[in-house]
Design a protein around this ligand. Structure first.
Ligand code: TRP
Ligand code: ZN
Length: 883
């Protein structure tokens, strides 16, 4: 790093001095080199002073071949070229700039800008990749109309795609051809896309409520053509859902999706031409699990929903990223909840939030959903911006109600369609549409960290009043300074002794509301008084996880066990069970630390037993309720994570449950096992429940359970069952383990997405020494540092989903991760930076582990060639940068 990279600050936002109204691009694609001819119609903004108005265009890894202004070659004295861009010195008020640059997609391993994935040329411009294609004002508030001409070889690149409509095409000499595209809607450069390659199309169509017919095209490698059906039907469902729920239609005549195998993220919402990771497009029952099907449906919907929340209304600057991402994640979460199961989806989302976002919020990478500064924007595509951002949007809906929220959305679109706006604009639309004051709600945007919510209840038998004291404090338990309290919606209910919700009537109210109601906590402390409460109730707080806070209330294990049985809110019923299990498992870990045998609390056992008997419960919900909190979540409840004893405690608990309830688990397994695959919801529920039973049944490693897992593996006609069985076999010391692994490899070695699972599965086992195996796999013929899916499937799975393996006390896991970060950083800084976050929590581990993690971080950061992506992550993790 020649010079320490400098941060950008939100407060420094200024409009650009020039607008770029039209962009005319021509790509000449040739093996080894591509030239890009760009004609930009530029106009100085009227309020800008001509004397100070140099035009600074961004550019990166571009080789400038020609430059002219209004048709005349530009004199060298009138511009300057640097490593970060091109400056035009005092250009006229209005002009056409023409540049010709050479770029090299074949050598672009960063997967940003124009690059090659397998044999396909494709682009990724968000956040700042367009500047790697041509010189431009590469910022989202510059919205322009694009025309794109692509020229390439006809045999190797028969398909040439870009945004908008295909308006003309023709042949050229030398076996080449061209296509001309026009995108009528002005867009920011990050939504530009181009694809050229040998692809096949899976076609469909959709008719909007207004009766407009839209062509749907999914473009994939010819060998994948049979696996696009699920993606297409997901797209149609998403279109219908947005029409029905928000009255939003797609406005172009064609919607294209392209699947590529080398991609840094899940997918990209480029206008009219989404580019997807193959992982979120291709599916058939033999290679994709039920979870994969659900994820594909969600990502397809997410990118489609961006057409309104992101593309038509876009972000003024990158500090506003949560404006489009938080909102669009919230929309895809609602979609999945509607199509599948509301409580199950809520539980899954909150699990991610707590496991990943709460950890980010509590560590050195902490930032508000609208950050104040960044060095490398790509590092800010975080769970905080996305998932906590979605929680913030959800709170508007909880506070304003569904109708109020919809009114706010309508106002937002009516005001801002076609514009680049801010999070404040969104909040203002919500407030104005509902004639309410949401000023305090800004704390959710400008304050980092997870608030702590303390709750304490008191029952007064004489007056029949139940008093609920609520207090909010800062993430570290500090009292909040004046004016820093959050505006927190708290959905709650009170249960009577039979477990029924009682009618709720706050002091001074005449009518009672039945069931759940939403309290608004605005001050640091507030007391709510419920009247005419006949008997001492059991409170159920934060139903549906109505706010992203940490609830601390002194609840007895009896109360938790009671809620685990009776709460009418299925999220809170699950949550009570998890809270009880956490308390019990932490106690067991403590016993193990002191050399005492650890046993499960009978209260938990009877709660677990009641779940096993709940034959009416939805299978996917029950599978989650029967699963113990994972080791990362348990670790978060400790100041210093006791890696080994948490692992032993959880294992002991699973074995004990397996012993005590073996007969019932066997029955659940048998009752829910289907010989043939179906994609119906009911079949998915049954598979999830069955595979949860399998996990317990194999916990003791009996030969009967090995046979059960092996038989399931051998007979499975779908990936959910095959993967679940193999995962269990891998955790057991038996010859079937290696046999199954070999069978799986032989079957799937030619199918990348399935082979990714083979790598992941071997990174996850906890009962054997996994670091060595992962190290060996790094040298496997099928391992490839250039393919992000493959790297993530092995290395990220290991570092983020196997606590006891990754944190092996000799530090071998950390050294492995750091080695991979260093090797990947030379090719793909974005991916390397993401991997390196696995070391950021070093302060939360014991002395030896902590030191080993820190040493690796220092090693990564100290290299002279470190990218700014990794430099920023490692620097922040080491506490060398303030926020
Ligand atoms: N906007 C994309 C989404 O959320 C995210 C994305 C795709 C992205 N590729 C990227 C972000 C590359 C940064 C860099 O749907
Ligand atoms: Zn998105």
């Amino acid at each position: 790093m020649p010079q320490s990279p400098q941060p950008r600050f939100r407060r420094d936002y200024r409009p650009a001095p020039y607008a770029i109204e039209r962009v005319d691009l021509c790509f000449e694609i040739r093996p080894g080199e591509t030239t890009v001819v760009a004609k930009l119609s530029v106009r100085r903004n009227s309020e800008v002073d001509a004397a100070s108005a140099d035009l600074v265009l961004d550019g990166e890894s571009l080789h400038l071949l020609e430059i002219s202004l209004d048709g005349h070659p530009l004199d060298e004295a009138r511009y300057r070229v640097a490593a970060t861009g091109l400056t035009l010195l005092r250009p006229p008020a209005s002009f056409e700039l023409r540049t010709v640059v050479r770029i090299s997609p074949e050598n672009n391993s960063a997967l940003s800008g124009l690059y090659r994935s397998s044999d396909t040329y494709c682009t990724q411009c968000e956040a700042e990749g367009f500047r790697r294609i041509t010189f431009f004002l590469d910022r989202p508030d510059i919205m322009s109309v694009y025309r794109t001409r692509i020229e390439a070889d006809k045999i190797s690149c028969p398909v040439l795609l870009s945004n908008g409509n295909r308006v003309a095409s023709g042949d050229l000499e030398g076996g080449r051809h061209w296509v001309q595209w026009e995108d009528p809607s002005p867009k920011p450069s990050y939504l530009f896309a181009l694809v050229a390659g040998n692809l096949r199309c899976h076609r469909g169509e959709h008719t909007t409520p207004k009766g407009r017919r839209i062509e749907l095209e999914i473009w994939v490698d010819p060998s994948d053509l049979a696996h696009c059906g699920h993606a297409l039907s997901s797209l149609k469902k998403a279109m219908r859902w947005d029409e029905e729920n928000y009255g939003l239609e797609y406005e172009l005549d064609i919607y294209m999706i392209v699947a590529v195998s080398d991609f840094n993220m899940g997918a990209m919402e480029n206008k009219g031409l989404n580019v997807f990771n193959t992982k979120y497009v291709l599916a058939d029952p033999a290679t994709a699990t039920d979870d994969d099907y659900e994820n594909i449906e969600a990502v397809i919907a997410h990118e489609y929903f961006h057409n309104w929340t992101g593309n038509r209304v876009t972000c003024r600057d990158w500090f506003q990223l949560t404006l489009k991402e938080g909102l669009t994640v919230f929309r895809d979460q609602s979609f999945t909840a509607d199509l599948r199961s509301d409580p199950v989806k809520r539980i899954l989302d909150v699990k991610t939030l707590r496991a990943v976002q709460f950890a980010e919020d509590a560590g050195p990478m902490r930032h508000p959903i609208r950050p104040e500064s960044y060095i490398e924007m790509n590092n800010f595509y975080t769970v905080t911006v996305y998932n906590k951002g979605a929680e913030v949007v959800r709170m508007y809906r909880t506070l304003l109600g569904r109708d109020g929220f919809r009114k706010g959305m309508d106002t937002y679109f009516a005001r801002h369609d076609g514009h680049a706006v801010t999070c404040d604009d969104f909040r203002a639309a919500m407030a104005d549409a509902n004639e309410t004051d949401l000023r305090q709600f800004e704390r959710w945007y400008d304050q980092a960290g997870t608030p702590i919510l303390r709750a304490e209840g008191r029952y007064h038998p004489q007056s029949e009043i139940y008093e609920l004291d609520l207090e909010q404090i800062g993430p570290q338990g500090e009292p909040l300074p004046e004016g820093r309290a959050w505006h927190v919606p708290i959905a709650m209910g009170l249960l009577d002794a039979d477990g029924q919700d009682i009618p709720l009537r706050l002091e001074g109210e005449v009518d009672a509301s039945a069931g759940t109601r939403v309290l608004e906590l605005r001050r640091a402390r507030q007391t709510f008084r419920f009247t005419r409460v006949k008997d001492p109730p059991t409170p159920s707080l934060l139903r549906g996880f109505s706010a992203p806070v940490q609830l601390r209330s002194e609840r007895s294990r009896e109360d938790l066990a009671f809620l685990m049985r009776h709460d009418s809110d299925r999220f809170n019923r699950w949550d009570a069970g998890q809270t009880l299990a956490t308390s019990v498992l932490l106690e067991m870990a403590g016993q193990l630390r002191n050399g005492v045998t650890a046993k499960l609390d009978p209260l938990f056992l009877s709660g677990f037993e009641a779940l096993l008997d709940d034959t009416a419960a939805e299978g996917s919900w029950l599978a989650l309720a029967l699963t113990l909190p994972d080791e990362h979540v348990l670790g978060q409840a400790m100041d210093i994570v006791d890696v080994d004893n948490l692992h032993l405690a959880r294992e002991a608990a699973q074995r004990e449950l397996s012993e005590l309830f073996g007969a019932r688990l066997t029955r659940i397994y048998a009752d829910n096992h289907d010989a043939t695959y179906s994609s119906e919801k009911r079949a998915i529920d049954r598979r999830r429940l069955k595979n949860t039973a399998l996990r317990y049944l194999t916990a003791r490693g009996t030969s009967a359970s090995i046979a059960l897992a092996w038989n399931q593996f051998e007979a499975a006609d779908n990936m959910s069952d095959s993967e679940a069985a193999l995962a269990q076999l891998l955790d057991m010391d038996t010859p079937e383990r290696d046999r199954a692994l070999a069978v799986f490899y032989a079957r799937w070695r030619e199918v990348p997405l399935a082979l990714d699972k083979w790598f992941s599965l071997q990174a996850l086992p906890q009962r054997i020494h996994t670091v060595a195996r992962v190290r060996t796999l790094l040298s496997h013929d099928d391992f490839n540092l250039s393919n992000p899916n493959r790297v993530r499937s092995l290395v990220q799975a290991f570092s983020t989903r196997n606590q006891v393996g990754f944190h092996s006390s000799d530090g071998a896991g950390y050294a492995l991760l750091a080695d991979v970060v260093v090797a990947v950083d030379a090719k793909n800084p974005q991916l390397a930076a993401r991997l390196s976050t696995g070391l950021s929590q070093w302060r939360r581990f014991d002395g030896r582990r902590s030191k080993a993690m820190k040493t690796q971080l220092e090693r990564i950061a100290a290299r002279p060639q470190v990218s700014r992506d990794v430099f920023e992550i490692a620097g922040r993790a080491l506490g060398r940068m303030d926020r």
